[in-house]
Design a protein around this ligand. Structure first.
Ligand code: MN
Length: 215
């Protein structure tokens, strides 16, 4: 049961998160999603579709486009593919209670395309290309501490034309799904607006993102 841990942590009578079928859905490009999640601590959940589930890592500071910056990525339980479309509020008191934003999503492929992904994950070094709205180009996940489902990894951007010194999480704070900020998502879903707003940038950064979205 690949989603057993995911199911065990949640009460689906209370949380609006998807239960997930766990069904394989082959024959399409592999998807990825990055969800901004204001739980007890703000973090970004980085998820790669593989073998019918979303392999998942919690990245406290979020991804960086700067190849000299290593971002800690803590392995967490596999999530159902349907989770990639989830944006809303997990009720307080439930596992991960707080606001969730679809911060980026798209497709991914291993590098090289013919790479054995299971072997790469097993050896603790997975190279891949992202085709997202905010995240593009070549990346790598490197395991630094083995602990089964609680392993520590580093998420790193490789040098390519998409590498940048721009602080992408600050510069592009809006949902790629709804264009909303965290506070607006919380408001729509009846969650805690004040707490969600703490995860949003200052007005000026949000306005810059607005201009980029329109450009
Ligand atoms: Mn999370």
């Amino acid at each position: 049961m690949p989603l057993a841990k995911y199911h065990a942590k949640r009460d689906f009578d209370i949380t609006p998160e998807p239960h997930g079928s766990g069904k394989m859905s082959g024959g399409h490009e592999l998807t990825f999603v990055v969800q901004k999640h204001q739980a007890s601590h703000l973090h970004y959940d980085f998820r790669l579709e593989w073998n019918g589930v979303l392999l998942s890592w919690a990245v406290p500071k979020g991804p960086s486009l700067d190849p000299s910056v290593k971002r800690l990525a803590m392995a967490v339980e596999d999530h159902p593919l349907e989770y990639g479309g989830f944006e809303g509020v997990i009720p307080e008191g439930q596992y991960g209670g707080g606001t969730v934003m679809v911060w980026d999503r798209g497709t991914w492929e291993p590098e090289p395309e013919s790479a054995d992904v299971d072997a790469a994950l097993g050896s603790g070094e997975l190279k891949f290309t992202l085709h997202g709205t905010k995240l593009k180009g070549s990346w790598v996940l490197i395991r630094t501490k083995f602990g089964g489902a609680r392993s520590s990894w580093l998420l790193l951007k490789h040098k390519d034309r998409f590498a940048s010194a721009e602080d992408v999480v600050a510069a592009k704070p809006k949902s790629v799904l709804s264009k909303k900020l965290m506070a607006q998502i919380a408001k729509t879903a009846g969650g805690g607006v004040a707490r969600a707003a703490k995860a949003d940038p200052t007005r000026s950064a949000a306005e810059r993102d607005e201009k980029e979205t329109e450009a």
